[in-house]
Design a protein around this ligand. Structure first.
Ligand code: PXG
Length: 465
């Protein structure tokens, strides 16, 4: 036991839970319902495993929250944070100042991103990064003398964060319902979810049709009103929805045709998740802006930002005038030092190539086999993110009644059997750390199969299959 777990062992699970429900309001949580159950208290982690306050070992197939790309316990990141905390724990980048880690990280990001990116604007999170996107896109069109180009088009079931702008860009109706969102000037088109909306069409046909919804929306609004289109290369929180191969190249063509800025939200897909450094590289498009967070520090410390493509950077830099936007923690030196260590580790260990050539294809083979499971209608994976769609009828794609919460039944079995897998409705999703080995993939898939079998037995006992 190390010092951290000794500290966490100072209270029993029941004591932690009591203090937790007395004082701590968790994100995206029904406070009342959680108080009646009590939280699971996670006390330590190593590699791809977590331990809870009961000492139970758990395989973390979600990388924390899609972020711990290099796995837990990486000494290089710990050392980088410690050294920077001693050297200079904080200074800002306002008022014509900068710190060495922020400058070096900007330089390194320009090296590992596609060639159109030479500049970065730092934030503290992905949500803040997307707030920056909204401000920057509108500033760009102001500087271009076209201020009426202010509408940003996004997609239903997208997730772009939880600030006012992030939640507005996102397409989660249950989020919009609280707080009068979206804010003005943000509209949504349907997502490219072939399994649900494309039945009867080939994936490629459907990809073109779904991209066409963007063109239809642009024509409805008037191209001279549209500033940008934003999307996750592969929708993450929406359920790991891998679009057809035809989708993004057609989106690119449409944005080019109407001069609209293209924004890739790489908060989940960035830093190797899909088997390339960036999801846009995997899906074949060339964004003007890229939001990042999570994997930039492997979640060890908060950091986010926006890569700013030359088309926008040149206008903002060359025309001058202050960009009235920024955060206290833009370019936080400790966060930037951890990001530098994290990116260098990804490079040194060749993690992106490993995902593309080895573990990604290996997971895909396993997923092909899981698609044969009686409950699974579709098994999709790309790099190290994957989804298993639980269905009632594999032939017709009919889903279970959502009131049955079949995904939650399955998640309950995962929870009880040492596996963290997310349920998005009845879509079970994974995004394990990029350091996962083939042997650990075997272990993870074994657990997934066990939990699917247990879910099937539950449904059979209730006469639902
Ligand atoms: N964009 C994308 C694509 C994301 O996935 C954000 C922006 C916001 O980042 P911050 O750092 O502000 O949280 C995210 C975050 C889930 C889940 O349930 C996903 C996220 C956050 C919380 C829960 O899958 N993604």
């Amino acid at each position: 036991m190390n010092a951290v777990s000794d500290t966490s062992a100072t209270r029993t699970t029941a004591e932690w839970q009591a203090a937790d429900s007395a004082h701590y309001l968790h994100p995206f949580t029904d406070f009342k319902s959680l108080a009646s159950k009590g939280s699971r208290v996670i006390t330590r982690a190593d590699n791809i495993y977590l331990w809870d306050s009961e000492g139970e070992k758990i395989l973390d197939a979600m990388s924390g929250l899609w972020c711990v790309n290099v796995g837990y316990g990486q000494q290089a990141l710990i050392d980088a944070a410690t050294a920077q905390l001693k050297q200079l724990p904080f200074y800002n980048s306002f008022f014509q100042t900068a710190t060495p880690p922020a400058i070096e990280l900007a330089e390194l990001l320009a090296e590992v991103t596609p060639p159109q990116f030479k500049h970065v604007f730092f934030s503290g999170s992905g949500s803040e990064g997307n707030d920056t996107v909204v401000r920057m896109v509108r500033r760009y069109w102001d500087l271009m003398g076209q201020p009426e180009r202010s509408v940003i088009i996004s997609r239903h079931n997208a997730y772009h964060g939880s600030t006012m702008a992030g939640a507005s860009l996102g397409g989660m109706s249950y989020m919009h319902a609280q707080g009068g969102l979206p804010i003005p000037g943000i509209v949504h088109i349907q997502q490219p979810f072939w399994y649900v909306h494309g039945h009867g069409k080939s994936r490629d046909e459907f990809g073109l049709e779904a991209a066409g919804w963007l063109e239809a929306k642009i024509l409805e609004l008037g191209a001279d009103k549209v500033a940008a289109f934003i999307g996750e290369p592969v929708q993450g929180a929406g359920g790991v929805i891998v679009p057809p191969a035809t989708y993004w190249p057609e989106i690119q063509r449409i944005c080019d045709q109407y001069g609209i800025l293209l924004v890739s939200d790489e908060v989940i897909c960035g830093f190797g998740r899909t088997g390339n450094w960036w999801g846009c590289e995997t899906m074949g498009f060339r964004p003007d802006l890229m939001t990042f967070a999570k994997g930039v520090t492997s979640g060890y410390i908060p950091l986010g930002g926006v890569m700013v493509g030359n088309r926008i950077a040149r206008v903002m830099i060359d025309q001058g005038g202050e960009f009235e936007h920024g955060y206290t923690y833009s370019g936080h030196p400790v966060a930037c030092a951890v990001a530098l260590a994290n990116i260098r580790l990804i490079q040194r260990e060749g993690l992106v190539d490993k995902v593309r050539n080895d573990t990604g294809p290996y997971l895909a083979e396993h997923f092909k086999a899981l698609a044969e499971h009686p409950l699974i209608g579709e098994a999709q994976s790309i790099g190290l993110m994957g989804a298993l769609q639980i269905v009632k009828d594999k032939a017709t794609h009919e889903c279970f009644d959502s009131a049955l919460e079949v995904g939650m039944i399955c998640r309950g079995h995962c929870f009880a059997n040492g596996l963290i897998m997310r349920a998005v409705g009845d879509r079970m999703i994974i995004a394990p750390p990029l350091v996962i080995t083939r042997q650990q993939i075997d272990e993870m898939v074994g657990l997934i199969r066990f939990c699917l079998d247990a879910t099937l037995r539950d449904l059979q006992q209730r006469g639902l299959t």
